[in-house]
Design a protein around this ligand. Structure first.
Ligand code: AMP
Ligand code: GLY
Length: 420
């Protein structure tokens, strides 16, 4: 099978790595890829938001299956265009990707199928939004409706902060994403992520994870795309996962079918676990980054069989072979991230790292120049390892980072603290 993966981060490096473990994979191209991906697969320059260009490239390269990594091409309808061209596609249609691309759409689906989630209001003007906040009190959560690169959620501790956030959003701080605003009850509990493959009809859970969104030790400081993750998430027990499937995931998928927009791909289910059981925080229409890195290391070659079965709508015929293991990934980011940071630093030590079925350095923002590897983004490296225990996985991941020489980078030293 010839496979094309779209994207350029640690998530796509992990997907490429897993695909290559599987003898079914004859040819692998990643577009656009990064320096780490280029060490294991062919990389191609391609505008991945242009469905026509991707379909033409796939045709020219005899591609059988396309795995779409990030949300932007999905929201832009790239999967629709590729399915029309007769390709196997892992990733939802633009209509189904609204589960990530519009927060008010997700709330509407939850209402329709009675899925437990935060109480909310949906607003198109600031005055009505502020009046609602006055009736609800603080803390309260203000969200830009559309895609805002993970930045469109403000947890307001006071009414004044809530009103300022409303003004910012309607004032255009998040561009078009903030033209509509969702205001939610602040939920308490422990967050966990649940990953479910969906082929339109069938749903197959493939793992749980927890990430660390804050930049600083002890989960403090500004939000990031994720500074590290581990799998499984101890808080999401089998019983709670089944409850989430029964009360949230299956009803959502049935509602999507009822609307004529079945969901196909991975559904990333962000949950808040409280005494009341699991409640939905958000859906994403793709794997998490860096959550994907720990899932891929744990699943290995079977990840490709699962993805393939998903694209051929035969998830009812396949099972996940769980290993009783744990994985952790630690993100190394450029100093200054998530604020301003430098690019183009030389990173040494990457060429001689051990790479095997229990240890992998996935690259996120790197590029190659004159035989050197340079930093090229905020989140740059993902030291990823698995072991019989989370403690063992942690020791291996941090040992990998010790071999990297990059004075311009930093990592959190407490990934997994809640579980350990
Ligand atoms: P989202 O982009 O919807 O995942 O929101 C980003 C983060 O904000 C989540 O991972 C939560 O930590 C937090 N969050 C979002 N909505 C709520 C809520 N209703 N109650 C508490 N925390 C929330
Ligand atoms: N790590 C969170 C995300 O991918 O959205």
């Amino acid at each position: 099978m010839n496979i094309l993966i779209l994207g350029s981060g640690g998530r796509e490096h992990a997907l490429a790595w897993a695909a290559l473990q599987n003898p079914k994979c004859d040819k692998l191209i990643v577009a656009p890829g990064n320096a780490g991906i280029a060490m294991i697969a062919e990389c191609a320059r391609l505008d991945i938001l242009d469905g026509g260009a991707v379909a033409e490239f796939a045709g020219d390269n005899a591609i059988d299956m396309v795995i779409v990594g990030p949300e932007a091409p999905l929201a832009a309808g790239v999967a629709d265009r590729l399915r029309d061209a007769g390709l196997l596609v892992f990733g939802p249609s633009a209509a189904a990707a609204r589960l990530e691309a519009s927060k008010s759409f997700t709330k509407e689906i939850c209402d329709a199928c009675n899925a437990p989630t935060a109480a909310y209001g949906h607003f198109t003007d600031a005055a009505a939004a502020k009046a609602y906040v006055q009736t609800q009190g603080a803390p309260i959560v203000i969200k830009a409706d559309g895609l805002a690169a993970g930045k469109g959620v403000i947890i307001a501790e006071t009414l004044a902060e809530a009103e300022a956030a409303i003004d910012d959003m309607f004032g255009g701080a998040f561009g078009g994403a903030g033209a509509e605003v969702v205001i939610e009850e602040f939920m308490t509990g422990e967050e966990a992520s649940f990953f479910v493959l969906c082929d339109g009809t069938n749903a197959l859970p493939i793992g749980t994870a927890q990430d660390h969104k804050r930049v600083g030790a002890g989960d403090t400081g500004p939000n990031t795309g994720g500074m590290g993750a581990y799998s499984p998430a101890p808080v999401l027990t089998d019983a709670l996962a089944e409850q989430a499937m029964a009360q949230i995931v299956r009803p959502t998928l049935a509602e999507m079918v009822r609307r004529g927009t079945p969901y196909q791909g991975v559904l990333f289910v962000g949950l808040m676990i409280s005494e009341k059981g699991p409640r939905l925080v958000e859906y994403n229409c793709r794997f998490g980054d860096p959550e994907c890195q720990v899932l891929m290391l744990r699943l290995g070659a079977q990840a490709l069989d699962l993805i393939h079965a998903c694209t051929e709508e035969r998830l009812d015929e396949i099972q996940v072979n769980w290993a009783d293991d744990h994985a952790m990934t630690v993100v190394m980011a450029a100093n200054g991230y998530p604020g301003d940071y430098a690019k183009g630093d030389v990173i040494e030590g990457l060429g001689t790292l051990p790479e095997n079925s229990s240890t992998m350095m996935f690259h996120a923002g790197t590029e190659q120049s004159d035989g050197q590897i340079l930093s090229a983004g905020g989140r740059v490296l993902n030291a990823t390892a698995r072991g019989a225990t989370l403690q063992e996985a942690r020791a291996r991941a941090y040992a990998l980072l010790e071999q990297v020489n990059w004075p311009g980078g930093f990592c959190r030293d407490d990934i997994g603290w809640r579980a350990l």
